[in-house]
Design a protein around this ligand. Sequence first.
Ligand code: FAD
Ligand code: DHB
Length: 390
Amino acid sequence: MRVQVVIIGSGPSGLLLGQLLGNAGIETAILDRSSRAHILGRVRAGVLEEGTVALLDKAGVGARMHAEGLPHDGFSLAFDGRDHRIDLFDLTGGKRVMVYGQTELTRDLIEQREADGRLTIHEAANVTPCAFDGAAPYVTYEKDGATHRIDCDFIAGCDGFHGASRKAVPEQAIRTFEKVYPFGWLGLLAEVPPVSDELVYANHPRGFALCSMRSPTRSRYYLQCALDERIEAWSDARFWDELRRRLPAHHGEALVTGPSFETSIAPLRSFVAEPMRFGRLFLVGDAAHIVPPTGAKGLNLAASDVHYLFSGLLEHYRERSGAGLNAYSTRALARVWKAVRFSWWMTSMLHRFPGTGDFDQKIQEAELDYLTHSRAAETVLAENYVGLPY
Ligand code: FAD
Ligand code: DHB
């Protein structure tokens, strides 16, 4: 079989790239090692930047997001027993974010791809990008006891942090940068109304907490936890109790609790691989970089990578120009590093770091105090939170 672009990975980056290319008449095949049900069951990010919203609209999959998503004009920083609202809309000259779950966005993209009759192969084992340093790359995979091969012009590695694409690159051709944080996030999803109309990011002596949501009746909460924390050790009652203790009293009193229907623990890490292009193989999204979730940049970075790669591929096929593809890695990485910096800064400002001395604690308090008294500082936070321009 032959297609123009093979996309490895059916997460948000692979699906969005596939949709944009398909709409432009460029033929793709998407390969994923997981089943459709598994992909649709994953609960991850929840906040979309305006650039991501615009790209989903451009791909023609924005209708349900606009109908059911929740536009947010601000969020709260909670510390020292009080709230400080960051007015995103005012500070950025009218920008806002959209609360819409990655699970829903993935469903919209999968359903559109199926309606368009485009090829996706689920449960493909041993997916391997081959010969991408030459003019005739191909991808092999195993399914139903046989090995298959798809020839193509380009390979998009959209297969996440643990995928096969980055691993296929020779070690001497890639440089990686990494920071691992000494804690994780324990997440819980419950069918209860959110504690507040806007997100609450809480810095507390017992650790960070985040109150987010998926809808007016569905809440998503996170607690900073130890890296070796076991999910079985957290009953719903223990989670709710701990969350209440980390919030200012008025939120704690308003907190509506109920049975969880999803819990998970995620480690926090910053990671960047450079470059993001190796001949005819391009790394996109989590395959190339990871950020800690504080500030909700992971999914949004995947979208901006897709924007740069899509415009490069379009230029290649429409104008026979390689300029956009040649610039892909540099353009994507310039934006990636700024989001890596922002996520690291938000994480540093809001979490308790084990073993931190009094000096670092005082610096963190000064940072929060500065933010609440300087419009310039608030503006820096707001313009990064809503997303830097592409
Ligand atoms: P992914 O979503 O990881 O998709 C990769 C796809 O590739 C998957 O479908 C996978 O099955 C497939 N794949 C992997 N390996 C192979 C292989 N060898 N062969 C074929 N297919 C393969 N971001 C936030 O902003 N906020 C959050 O709260 C948040 N929570 C997260 C929680 C978890 C547990 C994780 C892992 C990530 C979280 N993120 C969060 C980050 C965000 O979800 C990612 O940045 C986003 O999913 C990136 O999309 P992607 O398409 O690049 O990669
Ligand atoms: C969510 C996750 C984040 O990391 C964040 O900063 C905001 C919201 C969420 O899952 O809803």
